[in-house]
Design a protein around this ligand. Structure first.
Ligand code: ZN
Length: 229
């Protein structure tokens, strides 16, 4: 599935959609901040969104890079002083053993199985030894629920372009070679400020259930994989 138009639209014309991703990205950022409390990692974010994560990394004076298929998105980041490249996860335009950390949040579910394998091969290549891949995917998403139809051509597609739905076992199974899973768990991220009181009550309930291990299908799987050679 060719998804460039979907992402160009959301990232350039409808970027408010990414405001609700702040709690998730902040969690990933804090995980890395805790690991790299004494040194400054060189980081890459694959799949830019609204540039929130890149900004946080820059504020820590981390050497920060971004990769995204959208030229407009990369141009917007570069205006903010962030080093970005237009490209795809299957062919990452950075050298071997270059990054301490690669972020890949809500990207893998957009890929075919072949693209996932090629993408992980590339991430392993650009990570330094002991480098970390840090990311998320939706947990047990019902792909059917987000299908829409194009009124012009009748093409049926997932509105975000998702092609994969993962549980913890199927996500763990995508990592092979020198990328070994270090952490993998289901988390229910909530953007509290975007909710009305009914939403807050519902979110509190889901969060409580999630904390005792009962996960609906609106959570995310958080993972860290480490490159061992
Ligand atoms: Zn169409």
């Amino acid at each position: 599935m060719q998804q460039d138009k979907i992402w160009d639209y959301f990232q350039v014309q409808s970027s408010d959609i990414f405001l609700q991703s702040a709690p998730r990205l902040n969690y990933l950022f804090r995980q890395v901040l805790a690991i790299y409390s004494h040194t400054k990692p060189r980081v890459l974010n694959i799949g830019v969104g609204n540039g929130w994560l890149e900004q946080k990394c820059m504020e820590q004076a981390w050497e920060t890079y971004a990769l995204d298929p959208s030229e407009t998105t990369i141009a917007l980041l570069e205006q903010r002083g962030i080093e970005g490249k237009v490209g795809y996860i299957e062919q990452i335009p950075y050298p071997d053993n270059f990054f301490d950390v690669v972020f890949c949040s809500e990207v893998i579910e957009h890929l075919s199985s072949e693209q996932i394998q090629q993408g992980l091969y590339e991430i392993e290549r650009i990570l330094k030894n002991s480098g970390l891949l840090v990311g998320t995917v939706p947990f047990k998403e019902n792909l059917f629920n987000s299908q829409v139809i194009c009124p012009d051509c009748g093409h049926i597609f997932h509105k975000w372009g998702h092609q994969q739905s993962f549980n913890t076992h199927s996500l763990a199974a995508i990592f092979s070679g020198n990328l070994k899973v270090e952490k993998l768990k289901v988390i229910y991220f909530v953007s509290w400020s975007s909710l009305n009181w009914k939403g807050v009550i519902s979110a509190l309930l889901k969060k409580c259930l999630s904390l005792i291990g009962l996960h609906g299908n609106n959570g995310n799987i958080f993972f860290i994989s480490k490159k061992f050679v």
